[in-house]
Design a protein around this ligand. Structure first.
Ligand code: HPA
Length: 234
């Protein structure tokens, strides 16, 4: 047990999928895992452990934003020994070439700041995905016929953004999409020698204003879970 995770030692698998939404964690565990069991519900942040094709897997919510993700990822890594952490979430598209429903695999993530900012001081650390996971996820996405993009994303601290000029600069520099968690996940994985990846579905678009219809969200989320599981065990 840790401050924010009530799981017993050994209740968390070495492979952890992290959706932002705890109810998505429940849906993914019920839909894709064999014999899923609830291992955490502290503060309503649900975590489930089961197996996928015989491999132990935990699906645990991260909450929204890097401070929340940082709490859970730190405890999962340092106290429970998580070795592979894959964020599965949504993002806003930032390029014309990126469409709603497309999947983005984040090779790296830019940010104004992360919870790790303080330790780097004047250094701009470049958080990056694990190459093996990234390659395996790309292969899995292509095999499923999913439209997939690989490149840089932007981990923002705000959803309701008062600085549209920053988004314009990100778009100008080829950033594919915006979300709120990946940069800190990659930084923590680097610090502790773990593997991390963010698999993201484009749920809304900053340039076109389009949004994923609610009836399509479950299917898109399911595709991401499958891509993440395939990548983890390739
Ligand atoms: N901004 C930040 N995070 C997001 C967005 C967005 O537009 N869409 C999905 N996650």
């Amino acid at each position: 047990m840790t401050i924010h995770i009530g799981a017993a030692p050994g209740d968390i698998a070495e492979t952890v999928l992290m959706p932002g939404d705890p109810y998505r964690a429940r849906w993914a565990a019920d839909t894709f895992l064999d014999a899923p069991r609830l291992v955490n519900e502290v503060r309503g942040m649900l975590g489930f452990t089961g197996t996928w094709r015989g491999n132990p897997v935990t699906i645990h919510g991260s909450g929204m934003g890097m401070p929340s993700l940082s709490i859970y990822a730190n405890e999962l890594i340092r106290d429970y020994g998580a070795k592979t952490l894959i964020r599965i979430g949504s993002c806003g598209g930032m390029q014309e070439s990126v469409g709603i429903r497309d999947v983005i695999l984040a090779m790296t993530s830019s940010s104004l700041s992360t919870p790790s900012r303080g330790i780097f001081r004047e250094l701009n650390f470049a958080p990056s995905a694990d190459w093996g996971l990234l390659k395996a996820a790309h292969d899995a996405a292509v095999a499923k016929g999913t439209t997939v993009h690989v490149g840089g994303i932007y981990s923002s601290d705000v959803f309701y953004d008062e600085r549209p000029d920053l988004n314009e600069q990100m778009t100008r520099h080829g950033i594919l999409g915006v979300e709120m968690e990946a940069a800190e996940l990659y930084t923590l994985a680097a610090r502790h020698g773990r593997r991390a990846l963010a698999v993201l579905t484009v749920s809304d678009h900053l340039i076109t204003g389009e949004a994923l219809p609610s009836e399509d969200r479950e299917k898109s989320f399911g595709d991401m879970v499958e891509i993440a599981l395939e990548a983890a065990f390739t």
